[in-house]
Design a protein around this ligand. Structure first.
Ligand SMILES: [Zn+2]
Length: 119
């Protein structure tokens, strides 16, 4: 038997089974709620609220960063060149992982932190 079903806390026998949101012991008819296990582990993995640069260093509002990759600017033929320094970024919760708001020579835009490194 998998260990996911605990022994009955009342009589200690292990013939217990899950029933809906409870565990049930058929030996003494005791029922108790299943505890939520690892319910928030996904959330913890998905994001701890920290925006990291290409090297995994945390970024913060006001940091200066350097592009580690040429980036085409959407809707134009311009390219932000690798090595471009950008001052005073602002962290945002943008769509598609665009989590850094910044002002560049080509205007204000949203970039992905994975293409930046802390200056
Ligand atoms: Zn029992």
């Amino acid at each position: 038997m998998p260990h996911t079903v605990p022994a009955c806390p009342q009589c200690g026998l292990e013939n217990t089974y899950p029933d809906g949101s409870n565990y049930v012991c058929p030996d003494c008819a005791f029922e108790w709620p299943q505890t939520a296990q690892a319910a928030d582990s996904d959330a913890a993995e998905a994001g701890d609220g920290i925006v990291r640069d290409a090297n995994g260093n945390p970024l913060a509002d006001g940091d200066a960063v350097i592009l580690v990759k040429d980036l085409k600017v959407k809707g134009s033929s311009s390219t932000l060149k690798k090595g471009t320094k950008i001052k005073s970024i602002r962290l945002v919760d943008g769509a598609d992982g665009h989590n850094v708001d910044c002002k560049t020579d080509l205007g204000s835009m949203l970039l992905k932190s994975e293409f930046l490194k802390k200056a």
